[in-house]
Design a protein around this ligand. Sequence first.
Ligand code: ADP
Ligand code: MG
Length: 266
Amino acid sequence: MADVPPDEIRVPATDDTPPYGIPAVVASSHGEPSSDVGTEPLLELVGVSRRYGSGAAEVTALDDVSLAIMPGDFVSIMGPSGSGKSTMLGLLGCLDVPTEGTIRVGGHVVTAMDDAERSRVRGREIGFVFQQFHLIPHLDALGNVETALLYRGLSAKERRTRALESLERVGLGHRHDHRPVQLSGGEQQRVALARALVTEPKIVLGDEPTGALDSKNAELVMGLFTSLQSHERAIVLVTHDPNVGEMAERHVRMRDGRIVTDTRTS
Ligand code: ADP
Ligand code: MG
């Protein structure tokens, strides 16, 4: 190093010139797939766009977005109303299909699947929690959680046992026979969370999951989300609450259907 003139160290690196002193083969090996466990994305959007309507009424809700969600990620998605957050989360959660682009869930290309196949992937891999809970009014808490386990070849007894365990995990075992109307907003969202978790999904998605709750219940529900963090799982929450956003470790910001920043705090 001492006998290299300073001017030669400052050779600028360009796309077709490898950094000075580093062989081209090493410089170009960047981005090759790694066989390490946990380095494959759980969820992936590649060049995804979603447009609604047609002609003069066409709206581009999501505009050529690429995003990889890794195992262990705890991601907040923030941005102004109408910036495409719910559209993106719905696509990540296999609730919707894009106008253009590719979506992979656990390495499977869901954009190449028919509705039934995509539903199966969703049921197996993804737990989804909405702002407005979306519980079935005529079923009690246990019945609501059990719906996530239908068509899986489980006995009624096994479904019931697992659903009860999931309710206990969110602190609502004692409310298992209450219908949604007999539960507070915070309790309803915890039932919805129990329903999302009963299948042990690797991917947990929430669209403003605390948006309809008072601050005390919002804190409780966020505590449950943070308790779900693990190296194998990814949690992705759309929120406009900066306190919720702060709890995440990766922060995606959207505007006009695009990702404008994607940063990590730890
Ligand atoms: P956010 O969740 O960030 O508020 P959305 O993803 O809901 O944003 O919406 C993004 C854009 O797409 C908005 O302009 C919205 O009006 C439009 N949009 C969303 N859903 C529909 C739909 N089903 N039909 C037509 N336009 C829609
Ligand atoms: Mg939204």
